[in-house]
Design a protein around this ligand. Structure first.
Ligand SMILES: Cc1cc2nc3c(=O)[nH]c(=O)nc-3n(C[C@H](O)[C@H](O)[C@H](O)COP(=O)(O)OP(=O)(O)OC[C@H]3O[C@@H](n4cnc5c(N)ncnc54)[C@H](O)[C@@H]3O)c2cc1C
Length: 408
């Protein structure tokens, strides 16, 4: 029986500790006063714990090194995650986009279930225990040094310290430094799934407006690089919401990026034109500025009128065909220049991390250090929103814990 030290009590570390405890003595070391602080805020406090799509479809939603995750996702699948939580007494429900949540809408139920399992498995949990260094000799870790000076010896170590975003949850990128000191290559950590700042001033008038069922197209140097449907919200600096967060994955620090919104993606150009003609007939004696109420949310009307270059006080019956056509174009191509991404601290996930080239995908074991494995977001893997990131943490944690005893 080995003494296994798991560093980091997020979903990846908790799962690794649970699985490793089947054959080993396990100590779970967490810097915070409680486990799963980031998990607690996931899914706006409801925790989108996985996705109910067939596991074969997951890889389309993982832009960051999907192939590396084949083995782990097929070993501990979304079905396995759902059945684990159901067995632990958490009823689940499936929402739009096949997102899986606890029926209670409480992320604390997910954390509580994992804690229950950790306790039942005899895992020793050390809270308020921040690791500051991992001491090694002859390509093997000997002990973890804590900030209070305490040292924890072990036969095997699992690094599950998460990414670099939302540092108040305890995920500050410490694992990158430990891995680098041990000789691992770190792919530069970058924000992924992060709000986007916009150059246009009109963004400020729209703050707080959420739009459903819109189409977002991202262009780099006028070449389309991403397109998707969904929900978004305007903020004081730009745009956010699920479809924007996914688009942000493709915005790099170099280059000119533009976002184009189709506010009426369900209608063709002709259909939208006919729709506007019907509205114009209805409001024939009104001014242009009072004719868009049926078509657009109130908060958007002023901005669209200003951008349309049509005199707001013009009577509807004097709006020309060209003006109407340009209005149709504007509604389907509302263009905004990207100023940049919000900082990594505000990102839902970190892209980059410990290079997967130096990790065995079937075991999560380091190819450099004999008694070290990785799991979760500390590695260079990342997915879109939809429950995929927690699933990745649980699947890689499962394998890291299971394979502790195996040879490289
Ligand atoms: C606002 C927000 C909402 C999200 N919503 C969802 C969602 O609904 N569904 C989804 O799939 N994903 C979601 N995610 C992403 C998801 O939370 C993460 O991908 C996931 O938590 C990663 O798990 P992890 O265990 O690898 O890392 P983390 O959850 O970050 O856990 C790492 C743990 O390690 C501890 N730690 C770090 N350094 C040390 C150290 N030196 N010593 C001791 N302990 C240390 C930290 O305190 C932390 O508890 C969301 C993220 C955010 C920020």
């Amino acid at each position: 029986m080995k003494k296994v030290i798991v560093i980091g009590g997020g979903p990846a570390g908790m799962m690794a500790a649970i699985k490793a405890s089947e054959n080993n003595k396990v100590i779970l070391v967490e810097g915070n006063e409680r486990l799963g602080k980031k998990l607690f805020i996931t899914g706006k406090g409801r925790c989108n714990v996985t996705n109910a799509k067939d596991i074969s479809e997951f890889f389309e939603y993982i832009p960051g090194n999907p192939n590396f995750l084949y083995s782990s996702l097929y070993t501990f699948t979304n079905e396995d995650v759902m059945s684990m939580f159901t067995t632990l007494g958490v009823d689940l429900k499936i929402e739009r986009g096949d997102r899986v949540f606890p029926k209670s809408d409480k992320s604390s139920d997910i954390i509580g279930a994992l804690e229950k399992k950790l306790n039942a498995s005899g895992v020793e949990i050390h809270l308020n225990s921040k690791v500051i260094n991992l001491l090694s000799k002859d390509s093997a870790i000997i002990e973890a040094v804590l900030s209070n000076g305490e040292r924890i010896q072990g036969d095997y170590f699992i690094l599950a310290t998460g990414g670099k975003s939302y540092p108040s949850t305890g995920s500050r990128g410490d694992g990158y430094k430990f891995a680098e000191d041990l000789g691992h290559k770190i792919v530069e950590p970058k924000p992924s799934l992060v709000p986007i700042e916009i150059k246009e001033e009109f963004i400020k008038e729209l703050q707080g407006l959420s739009l459903k069922n819109i189409q977002v197209t991202l262009f780099k140097e006028n070449k389309q690089i991403y397109k998707s449907f969904g929900e978004m919200v305007f903020t004081h600096y730009g745009v956010s919401g699920p479809v924007i967060l996914s688009a942000s994955r493709y915005v790099k620090s170099q280059g000119e990026y533009k976002i184009s919104l189709n506010l009426k993606p369900a209608l063709s150009e002709q259909e939208l034109d006919s729709r506007i003609q019907r509205d114009f007939k209805k409001y024939i004696n009104k001014d242009f500025k009072n004719s868009l109420e049926d078509l657009l949310p109130r908060k958007l009307i002023n901005t669209i009128i200003n951008l349309s270059n049509i005199d707001p006080n013009k009577k509807i019956n004097t709006v020309t065909k060209e003006e109407r056509k340009s209005l149709v174009y504007l509604l389907q191509n509302l263009s905004m220049k990207v100023k940049g991404l919000r900082p990594i601290e505000e990102a839902i996930v970190t892209a980059g991390g410990v290079s997967i080239k130096e990790i065995n995908p079937s075991t999560m074991k380091s190819k450099i250090i004999k008694n070290l494995s990785f799991c979760g977001e500390v590695m260079d893997v990342d997915a879109f929103t939809g429950g995929y990131n927690v699933q990745i943490a649980l699947s890689t944690g499962y394998i890291a814990g299971e394979k502790v005893g195996d040879e490289l």
